[in-house]
Design a protein around this ligand. Structure first.
Ligand SMILES: C[S@@+](CC[C@H](N)C(=O)[O-])C[C@H]1O[C@@H](n2cnc3c(N)ncnc32)[C@H](O)[C@@H]1O
Length: 274
């Protein structure tokens, strides 16, 4: 977004961003009320909102989980370094901001494979002086490319527990891509005491709405898979689920009582490596 056109239209794309194909990061940004989305993203976002009228609420509940989980992992589990894969377009407060409010020395490595996320993350993900916030452009489908990245190796201490966060990303991988195998590869690389936090959309609470939303997304050429509780549980392998277990996202240590925890169609949980 440069030059004289900077204020003329928000639909001017940064270099490398394809505005003809809908993208999950930008659709999600649209639901969250952000400005980094294009007509093609808004069209799919609207179609999915037609299927799930509570979609914006769902996106908000998912973000709130990010905040509660980051806070608890730092305050209760003593985590001081995070690997966040599928970061999304920066939305305040971002994970490192929540974590560094409690422990300013916290280090966060963000990973995403979308250029628009890269553009904004580099500009906005500013760390405290004591901590660090770094960004890697890499793909979850190649865990080794993440784990051997020089920035990760320089930022995270391999001997200390890591908070591995896979928030609203695994649904973008098909079963054929073996997301369970990919997550197992990441789990195996983590030191003992590490924790894994996952949220994942599901059709378990409202099959009609969720299946219609999935159809809208796949009809537009996207990969989107809603998974059952058992399928989501398998991502944690033999790690020990922390209280309250794998639950509807709004029911994971809510700050206030939630009237209908199943109104946001996500499973959420956190587990610790023995
Ligand atoms: C729905 S957003 C979730 C953002 C954030 N984790 C949250 O929950 O607020 C999904 C993000 O995952 C990223 N993503 C999708 N597939 C990916 C992949 N294979 N590797 C890395 N990032 C990916 C997208 O670019 C997008 O930024």
């Amino acid at each position: 977004m440069q030059g004289n056109n900077a204020s003329a239209s928000i639909d001017i794309a940064p270099p490398g961003v394809n505005v003809n194909v809908p993208h999950s990061a930008r659709i999600y940004d649209y639901w969250l009320g952000g400005k980094d989305n294009f007509a093609v993203d808004r069209a799919v976002g609207e179609a999915m909102m037609k299927a799930i009228p509570g979609m914006r609420y769902m996106a908000g509940e998912n973000r709130k989980f990010v905040h509660r989980a980051a806070r608890d992992l730092v305050a209760k589990e003593g985590i001081r370094q995070f690997l966040d894969i599928g970061t999304g377009i920066p939305t305040r407060p971002n994970l490192h901001e929540v974590a560094q409010r409690i422990a300013p020395e916290t280090r966060v490595v963000y990973v995403d494979n979308d250029s628009i996320v890269l553009v904004h993350a580099r500009a906005l993900m500013v760390s405290t002086d004591e901590g660090r916030s770094e960004y890697i452009s890499a793909d979850l489908r190649k865990p080794s490319s993440i784990l051997t990245d020089q920035i990760l190796l320089e930022t995270l201490d391999p001997t200390r527990p890591v908070g591995l966060t896979l928030i609203a990303i695994l649904m973008l991988l098909s079963d054929a891509e073996d997301p369970w195998g990919l997550v197992a590869e990441l789990r195996d690389a983590m030191p003992s005491g590490s924790v894994l936090a996952i949220t994942h959309p599901t059709a378990d609470f409202n099959p009609a709405e969720v299946n219609a939303a999935v159809a809208a997304a796949t009809g537009a050429g996207m990969t989107l898979v809603a998974r059952t509780r058992d399928e989501v549980r398998r991502f944690f392998g033999d790690w020990e689920m922390l209280e309250p277990g794998l639950v509807p996202v709004s029911a994971w240590h809510p700050d206030e009582p939630v009237e209908d925890p199943e109104a946001a169609y996500y499973w959420a949980g956190v587990a610790r490596k023995p």
